[in-house]
Design a protein around this ligand. Structure first.
Ligand SMILES: Cc1ncc(COP(=O)(O)O)c(C=O)c1O
Length: 517
């Protein structure tokens, strides 16, 4: 104790001692450095006076962190958005988009006032959003956001957890494990199927296909993780000609190329033709689809998967939005046979209406998935519990499983089934409304997708432009069986019968305008 005090005193008075002794002639700066590093002892910890932070910004940030009015302001802006979103144009107005120019500025030299940051976002950002959370957005396959899930997302945002490892966030690890069990049960997948929580189906498919690729090659005595693909035995990749572009992207990233894939023709709905399936073997990666992005059609799983299992091929099913049909007693027939596959990708942010971003890779072979995605490092602490990063391509991830858990809790088994069935009913109603007005519906509306076309392509394209700029609703376009079409994707619980009628009317008005010229 006395020794510590003595040392402290010695160091404290050192500058004075040295000043007295001119002979030493030590510079002032050296003294100040010494002062900075003056050692003190406090509760057994050796400390220094060396500055560790920029005083100004750290003090400011700590004050802001406790400024409850700031969060109140954010809440008020959010509520304001929610209260007005149903009545505003579905797509931002030209003026709102033009105003986005205010964001194109140089990075400020100085920290901005947090209230001004929020205000700018609300004033210029909110009006330039697409009203996807309302009831008349039918673009792409973009889901709405369920109230409980949204509220849970606010809570999780405050937690700001990193879902990489159990040790980093026990709560997220446990909820991932819980959701995994629920999903397997809900979708009727084989017991012990593993789930990885990723950003979306693009990444989910990448994870499923890497697991499949490595699994097939390992069986041939080839370890991709150590030897790479150089000189590896060839594997065959078979997929339907209507596969989603993210599947091609994943295959290209995985070194499986695009040009040497075996493409199986599809029927007029976009379903893989089982009768044209090539010979399968235990060297084959076969990719099927539950829900064609345009028509919503499902591949004939029973027939194809039975053949694939007999051949010991690896089957991956891209079920981005359609796999949820498996959770509905009424629509389950569409996914019959999916349980025979090896891996599945699906989004929670589409037809399930969980918040963005939320995708899932589900894999029958837990070890194949974790072997493909495994990584090590001396500082990484794996546990006896679920370590989420073993099931996904990323290490750090946001805690999206919490929102998925909230979504599933909020709906329950019956709610999931009803939500999915409602989307199908609404899509069928939309198709009926349009048919009654003389529009041609090009697909069997088996799920949530409707394809509409006018007699000639030019007219369809012009109609689409008018619908998109009407603000009444928003749909995208595509090319289907050589024709330009308007795609309607009914994806939100928020859509009402009235929304559909109002939107169908926007179609009629657009057609009139095009006809009049
Ligand atoms: C069939 C299909 N696969 C994959 C995707 C890509 O999903 P994500 O945007 O979540 O990556 C989509 C998107 O609509 C899709 O419909």
């Amino acid at each position: 104790m006395l020794g510590k005090i003595g040392m402290d005193l010695f160091l404290l008075t050192l500058p004075i001692q040295l000043d007295i002794d001119d002979n030493l002639n030590w510079s002032f700066s050296f003294l100040s450095v010494l002062l900075q590093y003056r050692v003190t002892w406090k509760r057994g910890v050796t400390m220094t006076n060396k500055p560790i932070e920029s005083k100004v910004i750290s003090d400011q940030l700590r004050t802001q962190a406790l400024d409850w009015a700031l969060y109140e302001q954010a809440k008020n802006y959010a509520l304001d958005y929610m209260k007005t979103v149903l009545d505003r144009p579905v797509y931002p107005t030209d003026a709102a988009i033009k105003n986005l120019a205010v964001f194109r500025e140089k990075l400020p030299d100085q920290p901005a006032d947090p209230y001004r940051v929020l205000e700018k976002l609300h004033q210029f950002g909110s009006p330039a959003t697409v009203a996807q959370t309302g009831g008349r957005y039918f673009g792409f396959v973009n889901g709405g956001i369920l109230p409980t899930a949204l509220a849970a997302k606010w809570v999780v945002d405050v937690w700001d957890q990193n879902a990489a490892l159990y040790v980093i966030s026990p709560i997220v690890s446990v909820l991932e494990e819980v959701c995994e069990g629920w999903l397997v049960d809900l979708l009727g997948l084989p017991p012990n199927t593993a789930a990885g929580f990723v950003s979306g189906t693009s990444t989910a498919s990448l994870c499923g296909l890497v697991a499949g690729r490595d699994h097939l090659l390992r069986r041939k005595g080839w370890d991709v993780s150590s030897r790479g693909l150089f000189g590896a035995p060839e594997i065959r990749v078979v997929l339907g000609s209507g596969a989603h572009s993210t599947v091609y992207k994943a295959l290209s990233i995985l070194g499986l190329g695009k040009d040497r894939l075996i493409s199986v023709p599809t029927d007029e709905q976009g379903r893989m033709r089982a009768d044209l399936l090539p010979e399968l073997d235990n060297n084959t990666l076969l990719i099927l689809q539950a829900g064609n992005v345009n028509s919503g059609a499902f591949d004939p799983f029973v027939e194809i998967c039975t053949k694939a299992r007999a051949a010991d091929a690896w089957v991956h099913i891209d079920g981005a939005f359609g796999l949820w049909a498996a959770a509905s007693p009424k629509l389950k027939h569409l996914t019959q046979g999916i349980e025979l596959a090896d891996s599945w990708s699906v989004d929670a942010h589409k037809t399930l209406n969980a918040p963005y971003d939320s995708g899932l890779i589900l894999c029958r072979h837990r070890e194949s998935l974790t072997q493909a995605l495994h990584m090590t490092g001396s500082y990484i602490i794996y546990s006896e519990n679920r370590d989420g990063m073993l099931y996904s391509a990323e290490m750090s991830r946001r805690a999206r499983a919490v929102e998925l858990w909230a979504t599933l809790m909020a709906l329950g088994r019956s709610g999931v089934a009803e939500l999915i069935e409602d989307l199908q009913n609404k899509a069928a109603y939309f198709a009926d409304c349009l048919r009654n007005e003389g529009f041609a519906i090009l697909n069997e509306v088996c799920f949530n997708q409707v394809l509409v076309a006018s007699d000639d392509s030019q007219q369809t394209k012009e109609m689409l432009k008018l619908i998109q700029s009407s603000g009444e609703c928003w749909c995208g376009g595509a090319s289907w069986q050589g024709k330009d079409v308007i795609r309607i994707s009914v994806c939100s619980y928020r859509t009402t019968r009235q929304d559909i009628e109002q939107s169908a009317w926007a179609f009629v008005a657009a057609r009139e305008k095009v006809r009049v010229g």
